[in-house]
Design a protein around this ligand. Structure first.
Ligand SMILES: [Zn+2]
Length: 245
């Protein structure tokens, strides 16, 4: 009788390493052994939750721990932006303030691709643009502003729709109305460029991996020079600020 090694117990979802290739993957689903194959996990690449395949237990191991001091873009930011890992905190916030923060540019870096946000209590992720908060040193704080696309018809501007209705009404009821009016109104409506279409407003959310508790370790002398070393007591990332020149 042979003794089998106990299967690795991996959380779902979790970043893991595929031992033969060194690739980082996200666990999606556990499957049990049957007569054809041993037990394992279905896993996705960390940047593409839509393609997954099965990996046997003995090919997977926990991902190496990240370097302390900052969040890692590839293993911590990208999988959350792509919806493969959940953000730890998703909170509704004021849309106008969010737009103002994003427009001010300072400290918020646009995530280059389409992102996905699952709102609290919802099963499905929505399309979003996200803006990542950065530390002064260029690291990521694990916070992001999200503008989530809200489904709704994208409409022609209402004054142009009204003009078509009016021209159509005149064409039916007023035999003397110039015959080109209706066609002109329709053409004006059809010519509207896409950026002038009216669509639903997005919703704004604040995404966070950690609700930082800042420990300020600055000294009075340091503060005079604008140097405020600080870190988070929970996740350990470096939140120091140097405002000296
Ligand atoms: Zn923290």
């Amino acid at each position: 009788m042979t003794t089998l090694a106990a299967p690795v117990a991996l959380a779902i979802p979790q970043v893991v390493r595929h031992k033969p290739t060194g690739d980082l993957l996200i666990t999606v689903e556990r499957y049990d052994a049957n007569q054809y194959h041993g037990s394992g996990y279905r896993c996705s690449p960390i940047d593409n939750r839509y393609s997954s395949r099965g990996f046997p237990d003995d090919e997977l191991e926990s991902a190496p721990p990240r370097k302390p001091g900052a969040f890692d873009y590839r293993t911590e930011i990208v999988p959350r932006a792509q919806g493969a890992l959940p953000w730890e905190h998703v909170e509704p916030v004021n849309l106008a303030k969010t737009l103002s923060n994003v427009a001010a540019c300072a400290g918020w870096a646009a995530y280059p691709g389409i992102a996905w946000v699952t709102k609290p209590g919802e099963a499905r992720a929505d399309w979003a643009r996200i803006f990542l908060h950065t530390t002064q040193g260029g690291g990521y704080t694990g916070q992001a502003h999200a503008l989530v696309w809200e489904r709704g018809p994208s409409r022609k501007p209402s004054h142009l729709i009204d003009a078509v209705v009016k021209a159509a009404s005149r064409a039916v009821h007023d035999r003397k109305a110039p015959r080109g009016d209706l066609a002109a109104a329709v053409l004006a409506m059809e010519d509207v460029p896409y950026h002038q279409l009216e669509s639903a407003m997005p919703s704004a959310w604040l995404l966070s991996i950690c609700k930082h508790e800042v420990v300020d370790t600055s000294t009075p002398q340091g503060r005079m020079r604008g140097w405020r070393p600080a870190h988070c007591s929970k996740c350990g990332i470096n939140l120091s600020v140097d405002s000296s020149d």
